[in-house]
Design a protein around this ligand. Structure first.
Ligand SMILES: Cc1cc2nc3c(=O)[nH]c(=O)nc-3n(C[C@H](O)[C@H](O)[C@H](O)COP(=O)(O)O)c2cc1C
Length: 194
């Protein structure tokens, strides 16, 4: 299986990446391939709601010439995609939000004169989150949002791992978090068994 992970943290050596490492190792050691895409390095413009993509039934079809067409292709060729992000202001970070806005139109041909297909129908999607507040006060909003997003987009929502950052003076990556990260990878692989 091929797993595509979208990284929404601006920090190459931040909390989210440190916790994601054991997750990726677990997938690779089980023989799967992984691809890590750093969204802060990509050009992802906001959706401008022109709806031109709604007349292109067999492709993402956005008129904006940035990195989104490659991102859409990466999702379509993966068996599963993972959204990894720190929680910023109760949601994902800005480049990930821009990506999600662009995809909800480009991939779902619901909004034009004629209804068309859902290009990513059935694709499994999982969330990998870190945040400073307790999960029920911060991560839960993005989780709820993405559950709705997946249902609307006919994606398979595969669940969420939330890992808490207890502050700048506390080591983030504990042995417990490493185990949680590995266990989440195992659960995901189990879910994707044919
Ligand atoms: C601008 C900014 C906004 C944040 N907003 C939230 C928030 O709304 N809820 C929360 O739980 N944590 C929030 N945090 C804390 C981060 O989510 C947390 O420290 C995270 O683990 C950072 O991951 P990183 O090192 O990969 O960037 C915020 C951090 C920053 C820098």
């Amino acid at each position: 299986m091929h797993y595509c992970v979208f990284m929404g943290s601006p920090k190459r050596q931040g909390n989210t990446m440190s916790a994601l490492d054991p997750f990726l190792q677990e997938l690779k050691s089980a023989g799967h391939t992984t691809e890590l895409i750093w969204l802060y390095e990509k050009e992802i413009r906001p959706c401008v709601a022109c709806r031109v993509c709604q007349d292109v039934m067999d492709d993402f079809g956005c008129v904006q010439k940035d990195d989104m067409a490659d991102i859409a292709r990466a999702i379509l060729s993966a068996d599963c995609f993972v959204l990894a992000t720190p929680i910023y202001a109760w949601y994902c970070t800005a480049p990930m939000k821009a990506m999600l806005d662009r995809l909800v139109y480009g991939m779902n041909k619901y909004y034009g004169k004629q209804k068309g297909p859902v290009l990513w129908r059935g694709k499994p999607c999982a969330l990998f989150l870190t945040g400073g507040y307790p999960e029920e006060e911060s991560g839960i909003l993005f989780e709820k949002g993405m559950e709705g997003y997946c249902k609307h987009s006919r994606l398979r929502y595969e669940g969420c791992l939330f890992l808490r950052d207890f502050g700048y003076h506390t080591a983030f990556l504990t042995e417990e978090k490493i185990q949680q990260s590995r266990a989440f990878a195992k659960q995901l692989m189990q879910n994707l068994l044919p």
